[in-house]
Design a protein around this ligand. Structure first.
Ligand SMILES: Cc1cc2nc3c(=O)[nH]c(=O)nc-3n(C[C@H](O)[C@H](O)[C@H](O)COP(=O)(O)OP(=O)(O)OC[C@H]3O[C@@H](n4cnc5c(N)ncnc54)[C@H](O)[C@@H]3O)c2cc1C
Length: 389
């Protein structure tokens, strides 16, 4: 087989890249190690920046997003018994859209199927070869048979555990990491959300987040210890603990029920540089991970894809590789700003097990300053709605 670009991974970054390239007449094959149902069953992000929405529009997959997505003008932050609203629209003129990653994935898969572009699900043992030549080769196994694709470029859109980043030699790759001393216990429930906007809670018992996927499906998170397991958290215990961390005036709106998904995610910041090796380009979680506090993971995957798709389109349209050469630096400049914002949100809103009295006073001062300063609120708002690209 031969194609122009092999994309490894059919998460949001791989699917979006495939769609944007297809719109420009560039051929791709997506290789995905899991089944389609498995990919669609993963519950992850849910807050989209305007830039991400714009890219999904460009990809021809935004019809359902526009009819079912919830546009949010701000968030609330609860601290020491009171809630403070950060009004994104008033501060920046911009908004975010709540629409589940699962739905984004489904819409992009449908759009890909509609144009007849190929995705190979359950492609096992993907191996990337000859990346420093101008004819990379990708090998994999499908239904027990060995397969091989010759291509011009490879896009590693295969997430944190994928083969893309691992194909870059160790002496070339540089990794930067911070692992946080807690995780997020998440519960998805078919009940209306507690409020029409997200509520971030800094409570002495730990962080909590009241989020949603639609007007009938809510997503709640609790900061938990890293040694805890989902089995330690039957639904009743989860709702009791959430109730303790919420203000009495919103608790009355909490609709509990049987969870339809429950999971624990560790929190980490991670960046791998460079995002290119020969003809391999990394995008999304393959190159970087952020803690979900700033709602940036999926949005960063989208901005990488914006830069990479433009560079590949330029390469095929004019023969110029200048955009591809500039890709790692351009993408990383935005990545590091989002890593900083996600780290700041995490630092400011969680209770750290080993924090000193001084650390706690600093956190409280940071929040008091935020609640009293329009400049500080604007800084939060412009990062949350997404820096330009
Ligand atoms: C549990 C969890 C919860 C999250 N919650 C949030 C949130 O609330 N808010 C937020 O903004 N972000 C969240 N994120 C982050 C967000 O989901 C990711 O940033 C986003 O999925 C990145 O998309 P991606 O396409 O780059 O990677 P992925 O979505 O990870 O997709 C990578 C794809 O590559 C496939 N793959 C991996 N290895 C191979 C291989 N060797 N061969 C072929 N295919 C392979 C995988 O099966 C997968 O389908 C969460 C992430 C996790 C893991």
């Amino acid at each position: 087989m031969r194609t122009q670009v092999v994309i490894v991974g059919s998460g949001p970054s791989g699917l979006l890249l495939g769609q944007l390239l297809a719109m420009a007449g560039i051929e791709t094959i997506i290789l995905e190690q899991k089944s389609k149902d498995y990919v669609l069953g993963r519950i992850r992000a849910g807050v989209l920046e305007e830039g991400t929405v714009g890219l999904i529009e460009q990809a021809g997959a935004a019809a359902r997003l526009h009819s079912e997505g919830l546009v949010h003008d701000g968030i609330e932050i609860a601290f020491e018994g009171s809630r403070h609203r950060i009004d994104f629209k008033a501060l920046t003129g911009r908004t975010v859209t709540v629409y589940g990653q699962t739905e984004v994935t489904r819409d992009l898969m449908d759009a890909r199927a509609a144009i007849g572009a190929p995705t190979v699900y359950e492609a096992l043992d993907v191996d990337l070869l000859e990346l420093e030549s101008d004819r990379p080769v990708v090998r994999y196994r499908k239904d027990g048979e060995a397969c091989e694709i010759a291509c011009d470029y490879v896009a590693g859109c295969d997430g944190f555990h994928g083969i893309g980043r691992r194909s870059i030699p160790e002496d070339v790759l540089r990794a930067y990491e911070r692992v946080y001393p807690f995780g997020w216990l998440g519960v998805l429930v078919d009940q209306p959300p507690i409020s029409h906007e997200l509520i971030y809670v800094n409570h002495r018992r730990g962080f909590a987040l009241c989020s949603m996927r639609s007007m009938t499906r809510s997503r709640y998170y609790l900061q938990c210890r890293l040694d805890e397991h989902v089995e330690d958290w039957p639904d009743e215990k989860f709702w009791e603990e959430l109730t303790r961390r919420l203000d009495p005036d919103v608790v009355g709106n909490l609709r509990t029920g049987a969870s339809i998904e429950k999971s624990i995610a560790p929190l980490r910041s991670f960046v791998a540089e460079p995002m290119r090796f020969g003809r391999l380009f990394l995008a999304g979680d393959a190159a970087h991970i952020v803690p979900p506090t700033g709602a940036k993971g999926l949005n960063l995957a989208a901005s990488d894809v914006a830069y990479l798709s433009r560079a590949l389109i330029e390469r095929y349209a004019s023969g110029s590789g200048a955009g591809l050469d500039a890709y790692p630096e351009k993408a990383l400049a935005r990545v590091w700003k989002a890593v900083r914002f996600s780290w700041w949100m995490t630092q400011t809103l969680h209770r750290f097990p080993e924090s000193s009295g001084f650390d706690q006073k600093m956190q409280a001062a940071e929040l008091e300053y935020l609640f009293s300063s329009k400049a500080a609120q604007t800084a939060l708002a412009e990062n949350y709605v997404g820096l330009p690209y």
